[in-house]
Design a protein around this ligand. Sequence first.
Ligand code: NAD
Length: 364
Amino acid sequence: MLESSALATSAEWDLFSKVGKYDHEQVLVCNDNKTGLKAIIAIHNSTLGPGLGGTRMWNYGTEAEAIRDVLRLSRGMTYKASISGLNLGGAKAVIIGDASVDKTESLMRRFGMFVNNLGGKYITAEDVGTTTQDMEYVNMETDYVVGLPVSRGGGGDPSPITAYGVYMGMKASVKKQYGSDSLEGKRIGIMGVGKVGMHLVELVSKENAKVFVSDINKHYLNEAASKYGATVVDDIIGLDQDIFAPCALGAILNDDTIPNLKCSIVAGAANNQLDKEDIHGPMLRKKGIAYAPDFLINAGGLINVYSEWNGYNRENAIRDTEKIYQTTLDIYHKADSMNIHTQAAANAIAEERIALMAHIHSRI
Ligand code: NAD
């Protein structure tokens, strides 16, 4: 059970300045002593629709860390949904605690009751530290949950569709840099061959790309090599390659790594790849590297669960994920015409759509 004393509360953080900084609409603190539930649900922006975002369970060191995470992640979901053309707002939840120790059926079901009380303003799903099994518990208390197993009418593991979206973003980037979107013969370095990375290896191998992989897990490396003929390398960042696909860690594009990149495209699944958006986005542009914004090209998983919300249909989810190709090209076009980096262009497109939808909905 989570001990409240384990949370070092900082008296220094000021709630409303944090919530107001990115204009969050609503932040709900959920507490239940008996089950040990301590959760925060943040709804950033619901202009486009109900806020959809996963529930992360993490052993945060302080309450301030948990609130910072939920605010940052929920804002990210607003942009991801908007750029993907979905009628969804941005939201996220965090449960404070160690998922391997503190998570119980009663805790997840109590959390589901809090989600239910929001009456559909927030739709939850699995995230780091939660599983489809947990979502089944949540589903016992609320219908406002997606990411259910296939056996329960859900879309199941979103990773294959996420990888497919990354593949679409990659092909659009190749089209921009080389004139044709064929990956044949292209040297592609995939960092992290976990759930998404391995599916990506499969997709690009089918197009006869030359695939290089790195991972800290030897088992996955062996699988990528034996199943798909990928070449295992130690230094994937410094590799001479056409496309670098980060599919492991965030903040991988930073002051140390960017000077070492020898590629013309970065297109991968990892979230928050740019360490500092305003510094590292322009740095990539200056080097002539086409960067496909992560929050667009890894949106296949969100598109998949969104499809679940409307009665899951895999063909629709795949078709909608294919739109990532054109949106990636639109972003490159906007970035070039405004001489801005691609992440800034993607942010602008996402913000524009929200502003326009707010405008039309203000009309009678
Ligand atoms: P995963 O945990 O299955 O795979 C990550 C892989 O990266 C693991 O195999 C891990 O061993 C490896 N790794 C960790 N540190 C590494 C390092 N220093 N060098 C090389 N490899 C390293 O996760 P996933 O579901 O495949 O997600 C990958 C990334 O994509 C994450 O950043 C995730 O947030 C993001 N993402 C995933 C989805 C999805 O549908 N799964 C959706 C959107 C975004």
